[in-house]
Design a protein around this ligand. Structure first.
Ligand code: GLU
Length: 448
């Protein structure tokens, strides 16, 4: 990856100074800025109008108290966030994350990435992210509901189908979206379906949204392998995580004839050389909300490695689908040494800068999250389309649209990488394609 040219380095130092202590945000900004040198040469108007400086500053940041009562009657206080990063292309759009690690730096990195990811989808959506430092683990259903209601009691005044449209992320799935939507409806007296995506089927949700991030990431790998005259048929795959993204990544990999031999959660790794039992995984995670440790109780030939590192498991295709910075330089070297030929990120920023460097230098097919996991938010935009027209599409029709969008993102990022002298480098391809789309809209809209 290129060293930052001087003007861009100055901007980056300003971003760091203005946002102290937000390491993940600095990392996400640096990764994009490193791609932009040749863009400023080609389009000097972006420098004249200080587009990079403006793009790095969120349009609005909301931080709020979320008080709620647990089942014992004790008062709990969490911190809620919504960072409305950029609305040049459409209403703010991006998920909510409920996880104890959440702080402003995490939400800003996610919001920043979302701006470019959403631009890559070609859909009319701006970028945002939100969440809370709330830990849903071990909480009862009633506690989750009270938390969601309190969270929305503040957030609702900032939302709207034309303003800001949240969805899920880590710790926020269909159940939470239901409670959030219920509270929004109650506070506003409006059945405004388009204000949240990832809703349940039957009350405004769209088919394929649940599967979309995982399915989309697999379509992206299919395309990366296709341009290398290869396919997923018979490939050995490892998918980190065991949440929504991982489950539907595994489902689509299996459909495409690949074999998945490992998955994980924050406590450990399951290695099942016979092939991961998807039905069991769904039962444990989606229905029973249990740890994957219990997988080994059902399959005696599966190994559970408490605290294990999933990237030690040899594979041809790796799909990090858990969380940020889960693959470091050492993991990346190990993957390459073990014969990995493709990596596609279902999670946001799962590979550290060192790890990315290893993949790029090794010349393997590496699909960064902004491109590879854009199918989730793209299908959210399809949900918004259906809500706006009070329509609901079939599974097949929606899935075809998702496939077309992912194939289109692959083609656009591939072509841009070539145009800017970095053939096969999807990091450069994704950053430049996304940036130019947002930058052109910002120029057209005047000084905003
Ligand atoms: N949280 C998902 C992402 O990282 C989906 C966002 C959405 O659908 O708005 O893109």
């Amino acid at each position: 990856m290129s060293v930052l040219p001087e003007a861009i380095e100055t901007i980056f130092q300003q971003v760091k100074a203005r946002n102290p202590g937000e390491d993940e945000f600095h990392q996400a900004v640096k990764e994009v800025l490193e791609s932009l040198g040749p863009v400023l040469v080609k389009y000097p108007e972006f420098s004249d109008h200080k587009i990079i400086e403006r793009i790095c500053e969120p349009e609005r940041q909301i931080i709020f108290r979320v008080p709620w009562q647990d089942d014992r009657g004790e008062v709990q206080i969490n911190r809620g966030f919504r960072v409305e990063f950029n609305s040049a292309l459409g209403p703010y759009k991006g998920g909510l994350r409920f996880h104890p690690s959440v702080y402003l730096g995490i939400i800003k990195f996610l919001g920043f990435e979302q701006v470019f990811k959403n631009a890559l989808t070609g859909m009319p959506i701006g970028g945002a992210k939100g969440g809370a430092d709330f830990d849903p683990k071990g909480r009862s259903d009633a506690e989750i509901m009270r938390f969601c209601q309190s969270f929305m009691t503040e957030l609702h005044r900032h939302l709207g189908e034309y303003t800001d449209v949240p969805a899920g992320d880590i710790g926020v799935g269909g159940r939470e979206i239901g409670y959030l939507f219920g509270q929004y409806k109650r506070l506003t007296n409006r059945y405004e379906s388009g204000v949240l995506t990832g809703k349940g089927i039957g009350w405004g949700g769209a088919l394929v949204r649940k599967e979309a991030t995982g399915y989309g990431a697999v379509y992206f790998v299919r395309e990366m392998l296709r341009v290398r005259n290869d396919s997923l048929e018979g490939k050995t795959c490892v998918v980190s995580g065991a949440g929504n993204v991982a489950i539907y990544t595994i489902e689509k990999l299996l459909e495409m004839g690949a074999k998945v031999i490992a998955c994980s959660d924050s406590q450990g790794v399951i290695v099942h050389e016979q092939g991961v039992d998807l039905a069991l995984l769904k039962q444990l995670k989606e229905e029973e909300r249990r740890r994957i440790e219990d997988y080994a109780l059902h399959h005696k030939d599966a190994r559970y490695l408490p605290g294990g590192n999933i990237w030690d498991v040899p594979c041809q295709v790796a799909m990090p689908s858990a969380t940020q910075n889960e693959i470091n330089g050492r993991d990346a070297r190990k993957l390459v040494r073990n014969g990995c030929i493709a990596v596609a990120e279902g999670a946001n920023m799962p590979t550290t800068p060192d790890g990315i460097r290893v993949f790029i230098e090794a010349g393997i097919a590496y699909g960064p999250g902004k491109a590879a996991n854009a199918g989730g938010v793209a299908t959210s935009a399809l949900e918004m389309q259906q809500n706006a027209s009070r329509d609901s599409w079939t599974f097949e029709f929606t899935e075809q649209k998702l496939d077309d969008i992912m194939t289109g993102i692959h083609a656009a990022t591939w072509e841009t990488a070539e145009e800017f002298g970095a053939p096969g480098n999807y990091v450069i391809g994704a950053n430049i394609t996304g940036f130019i789309r947002v930058a052109n809209a910002m120029l057209a809209l005047g000084l905003i």
